[in-house]
Design a protein around this ligand. Structure first.
Ligand SMILES: C[S@@+](CC[C@H](N)C(=O)[O-])C[C@H]1O[C@@H](n2cnc3c(N)ncnc32)[C@H](O)[C@@H]1O
Length: 694
């Protein structure tokens, strides 16, 4: 344990008493006293103090410390006083008591006899002398030695006055210097020698981590663990700061506590009001009239409370509120403030679930198969495991990946088969890619693409760690795919989304999403989905998923694709649980087979909010209406304001508009490259026309 740490752990009481400077003092003093007692015992009562001559040499009179001791000795106990008197009486020698008080005491003692020896007969006098002698003999036995001043000094040191500490250290210097002088050094060298020895001894003492060593009583003069005055001062300052800090922290803490208490009460009141409002709104006919408010007023108050209680912007609170019944909305908001269970997916390319479970249990990880038994590769890890689950040897060896249970679902729906050619269109960081690879037994091809260069690194890391040898990583905009590569057996589009299903993981979603974000995302999702469909061979499958619960990003996107690609149809996802996709929402009717799609919610299945839809890709020629082409080169461009203003579920992704966007973006890119966009206009126009024809 370090020096500072030791003092931190010590009892700070002496400071309050105005006694010892640093908190460690009482403990040190105790040891010091023990050491002195032990020494007294070893040396015996009559032995002279080995330090007495040095002290005499040091102060020239031998009385400096003794003088100090004298004053303090007065404050000492009667026993001590009696002890100091004893030598004179017993030994009959002249001892410089240096105290009138002591003389007085002796005089007093005599006076207490209340008669003169001369008045007594010889026998009486002998008896008295013997009694006196017995008394002083007894007292003598308690006295450790003849060096009265030394022992008083020792007593003072036990009280650990800073000056005395200095004296002791100086004494140590003197020892070293004397020895050095005897060894033939010059005085200056000796002084240096003494100082460095002292420094070394101090360093050794302070650096020692050995508590046992700390406990062992050292001979008093060698106890270098006592602090130098400077160090003591430093300790005092540090300790005062700590205490003041603690005090002001305490003050702040209590202010904070009061504030928190107040806030807590406010929050409790809000929570209660929200529950009441939800009940009233759910039974409006019976309870509404008693409120004296209109239904919209109650809803308005409830939304304001949700924003305050859960920390949402009014915009998002209302958007989410609309999805559920009033009471269920409250459940959703609450669940989105609670973390989901921590889950891992076993990498069957490297191990079996039971083997991994055994290995992790042996390491002290608490785990269980996923609740409900719907996955054979999922394990739930319980808190309380002291093992860092992201850093075990099994993790590093790629035996598992940390993956949310909801994230298994799109891959289970995709159901990739060995030797197939599959595409994961927006794959980073690769949770689903690596699952696909495992389900395919490292056979066939998994093209893992992501438009984000930064996220590609994580994808590569996971693919390598999990030993997925059938994965090819690409880094292009997913909307390029039908053009650069097509004919996949299966395509997964785990689309970029608003993340309203994973608010418990990313609370920033509560405040950073705007209407425009939803518009842009929906637009991008529609483009990507058409490209995913167009990259899939006839008879193949596309799975579309998001970690959002917004219909705009889910049923609307799917319905758009059904309309634009009449040769595709929604099919059963094969997932064993989940709520049906919305058939309609706020007056909009969704496409055929939407009931096959699946919705997941944190408050219902205790997994992240998710949406999964599965398409079967029929033959374009079988469709009554030919599929509308989508530009494979469509750049990722922000929507124009006109598109922003579009209402409801009207298609916002139209060819004419796409062509305009393509042209605009191409012009911007050419300008960036320092080329003249006008010079290329005819070329660009021709290219766009050609794309439309394809
Ligand atoms: C929901 S995350 C994918 C998570 C991934 N499927 C997994 O399971 O680990 C969406 C991804 O889409 C990527 N993305 C965004 N726009 C894209 C685009 N136009 N083309 C391809 N990927 C895109 C993002 O970089 C992000 O990595």
């Amino acid at each position: 344990m370090g020096r500072q740490a030791r003092s931190k752990q010590s009892d700070p009481t002496p400071l309050k008493d105005g006694g010892k400077a640093h908190p460690g003092a009482p403990e040190r003093k105790g040891k010091r006293k023990l050491a002195a007692e032990a020494k007294a015992e070893r040396v015996g009562p009559a032995a002279p103090s080995p330090r007495a001559p040095k002290r005499a040499k040091q102060d020239g009179t031998g009385s400096a410390s003794a003088n100090k001791a004298k004053g303090k000795g007065k404050a000492g106990s009667q026993t001590k006083k009696a002890a100091t008197k004893a030598p004179k009486a017993q030994n009959g020698k002249e001892v410089d008591w240096e105290s009138d008080d002591d003389e007085d005491d002796i005089e007093g003692m005599k006076a207490e006899d209340d008669f003169s020896d001369e008045e007594l007969d010889d026998e009486e006098q002998k008896r008295l002398a013997s009694a006196r002698s017995a008394l002083f003999d007894e007292v003598d036995l308690e006295e450790p030695g003849a060096g009265g001043e030394y022992d008083d000094d020792e007593f003072d040191l036990d009280r650990a006055s800073d000056d005395d500490e200095e004296d002791l250290d100086d004494e140590f210097d003197l020892d070293e210097e004397e020895e050095a002088l005897q060894d033939g050094m010059t005085e200056e060298q000796a002084l240096q020698n003494g100082k460095s020895a002292k420094r070394a001894a101090r360093a050794a003492a302070y650096n020692s981590d050995d508590d046992d060593e700390e406990e062992a009583p050292l001979p008093a003069g060698l106890d270098m663990r006592r602090l130098e005055p400077d160090a003591i001062e430093g300790q005092v300052d540090a300790t005062m700061e700590e205490l003041e800090g603690a005090k002001s922290d305490d003050d702040e803490d209590s202010d904070d506590e009061n504030l928190q208490q107040g806030q807590l009460e406010d929050l409790r009141a809000i929570e209660k009001r929200m529950r009441t409002a939800a009940r009233v709104l759910s039974h409006w006919k019976q309870l509404g009239p008693a409120t004296g408010l209109s239904r919209s007023e109650v809803v308005e108050q409830l939304l304001a409370d949700i924003c305050q209680y859960h920390g949402y912007t009014p915009f998002l609170a209302e958007k989410l509120f609309e999805i559920f019944s009033v009471e269920e909305a409250l459940e959703f908001f609450t669940a989105s403030d609670t973390p989901r269970p921590l889950t891992i997916r076993v990498n069957t390319l490297k191990t079996r679930r039971r083997d991994l479970a055994q290995a992790l249990i042996n390491r002290g990880v608490n785990l269980e198969p996923l609740e409900g038994g719907w996955s054979k590769v999922g394990l739930q890890v319980f808190s309380g495991s002291s093992v860092p689950i992201g850093a075990t040897p099994e993790y590093l060896a790629g035996h598992y990946i940390l993956q949310a249970a909801s994230s298994f679902l799109p891959v289970m729906a995709l159901d990739p088969q060995p030797h197939e050619r599959c595409l994961d269109m927006s794959a980073a960081p690769g949770g689903k890619t690596t699952y696909m690879s495992a389900l395919m037994g490292n056979t066939g091809e998994v093209w893992a693409n992501d438009s984000s260069r930064g996220r590609i690194k994580g994808l590569g890391g996971n693919v390598a760690r999990l030993g997925c040898r059938n994965v090819v990583i690409t880094n292009v905009d997913g909307r390029e795919f039908p053009k650069i590569m097509g004919g996949f057996d299966r395509v997964l589009l785990d689309a970029p989304c608003s993340g309203t299903g994973v608010i418990s993981k990313d609370q920033s979603v509560k405040v950073n999403k705007t209407e425009r974000d939803f518009m842009l995302l929906s637009h991008l999702q529609k483009q990507l989905l058409l490209c995913a469909i167009d990259s899939t061979k006839t008879g193949g499958h596309v799975v579309y998923s998001t970690c959002s619960i917004m219909p705009d990003e889910n049923e609307s996107v799917v319905t758009y694709a059904l309309r634009k690609r009449p040769h595709v149809k929604l099919v059963d996802t094969g997932l064993p649980f989940g709520r049906e996709g919305f058939k309609s929402f706020r007056g909009k009717q969704y496409g055929k087979g939407i009931e096959h799609t699946r919705r997941y919610y944190p408050h219902v299945q205790n997994i992240d909010g998710f949406y999964v839809a599965k398409f079967y890709i029929g033959s374009p020629s079988s469709a009554k209406k030919a599929p509308e082409p989508v530009s494979p080169t469509l750049p990722y461009a922000p929507l124009t304001e006109e598109v922003d203003e579009e209402e409801g579920d009207a298609p916002v992704f139209e060819e004419e508009e796409d062509t305009k966007l393509i042209d605009e973006t191409r012009r911007r890119q050419m300008k960036k490259k320092g080329l003249n966009p006008r010079a290329d206009k005819s070329k660009a126009g021709k290219k766009a026309a050609r794309v439309d024809e394809e």
